[in-house]
Design a protein around this ligand. Structure first.
Ligand code: KG4
Ligand code: ZN
Length: 347
């Protein structure tokens, strides 16, 4: 990859281990990805039907050195050329986070570099900066992942206001649970996405939850999940053959409708002309198409990271880490993992 380090360039070595991806990246000036290495543990967890925290931590320990070494090698960089080390310190699985945090601390200390702790969701939001050099705050961002469903006003770099969030399951969690119920296995999101293409999204009328009344942008997906389970049970009891593709497509449409409705209502009310999606579920093809259309109709510019930057990765942490670094955020050698870190909170 291209390498020319100007003295004013800020090169961030970023580390991400909050869940089941061991990832490291080198990012120049917050937007240019020089390397992006991801070791995915998905195969290891698939047999258990979900992420097993203990296994994730152990695998991170095994892989983290190699992943970081490869990130530096791919970028054609050595540690002394790095400006700072950024690491996800929350939210996430505590044992998994601790591996990345400890590793980043050790590297930063040994190389005499500043350490910058990054919020995982801030990373997901910053993923849109990577492929859109023109994107600047303010904008509205919908973060939809396995653990989070947040509608966030990005007021400025590092300044966020959460205006809506899920009251129960995250969108990705609902995808994973429904996928399990129709026998698709883990991770469910991509499998439902694929199977839906063969199904009719209007075949089954699943509910679209509206929670919190007028002006609320909160989400709820547990009712939808129960409705799918009830539908499957009642078909079974009545001896009706289940069309899994129709179930997948109808469920996916119900999730998509709610996410699009709330987001567009908020964008219109707040007069936002830029809208981004982020997180694993943001790679969903029907969701992307629906947002494309909804934004076009309203004259809103739609930003959507490539799938590789939607799923957990360290390039997004390198981008967020850059903006934290230039606003002066530095962490000490006592930096700890904070499994329930709030967005915008700096510990
Ligand atoms: O952002 P991510 O990689 O990890 C978390 O921070 O949670 O998101 C993982 C989630 C999983 O629930 C997975 O099923 C979902 O993203 N996902 C999808 C798709 N690809 C991944 N959901 C729907 N459609 C997809 N194509
Ligand atoms: Zn994530």
């Amino acid at each position: 990859m291209e390498k020319s380090v100007e003295t004013e360039d800020i090169m961030i070595l970023a580390v991400e281990t909050s869940c089941d991806e061991t990832a490291a990246a080198v990012v120049r000036n917050g937007r240019q990805v020089l390397s992006n290495v991801i070791y995915s543990q998905i195969d290891l967890h698939t047999i258990y039907g979900g992420v097993v925290p203990e296994i994730a931590s152990r695998k991170h320990i095994e892989k983290i050195d190699q992943v970081i070494e490869k990130a530096l090698l791919d970028a054609g960089m050595t540690l002394p050329e790095i400006t700072a080390v950024a690491v996800t310190y929350g939210p996430g699985l505590v044992g998994a986070l601790l591996v990345g945090v400890s590793e980043a601390k050790a590297i930063a200390f040994a190389a005499g570099k500043p350490l910058v702790g990054v919020h995982h969701i801030e990373g997901h939001i910053s993923a849109s900066y990577i492929e859109n050099p023109d994107l600047e705050p303010p904008f509205l961002c919908l973060v939809v992942s396995g653990g989070h469903t947040h509608l966030v006003v990005v007021k400025d770099y590092g300044e966020y206001e959460i205006i809506g969030m899920t009251r129960d399951d995250a969108a990705g969690e609902a995808f994973d649970k429904v996928a399990r119920a129709i026998g698709l296995g883990y991770p469910g999101g991509p499998k439902i996405d694929r199977l839906s293409k063969e199904g009719n999204p209007d075949a089954i009328a699943f509910p679209r939850a509206k929670v919190g009344g007028e002006g609320s942008y909160d989400f709820s997906f547990s009712g939808l999940k129960s409705a799918v389970l009830n539908y499957l049970n009642s078909c079974e009891m009545k001896g009706i053959e289940i069309n899994r593709a129709d179930v997948a497509a109808s469920f996916q449409k119900a999730v998509t409708d709610v996410l699009v409705d709330h987001s567009m209502e908020a964008a219109e009310r707040l007069g936002m002309k830029k809208f981004a999606i982020a997180g694993g579920v943001a790679s969903n093809s029907s969701l992307r198409a629906a947002f494309e259309e909804a934004c076009r109709k309203r004259g809103i510019t739609f930003y959507h990271p490539s799938p590789i930057y939607c799923t957990d990765n360290a390039a997004m942490i390198g981008s967020a880490g850059y903006y934290e670094y230039i606003r002066g955020v530095r962490h000490g050698w006592d930096l700890n993992a904070v499994p329930s870190l709030k967005l915008g909170e700096r510990i």
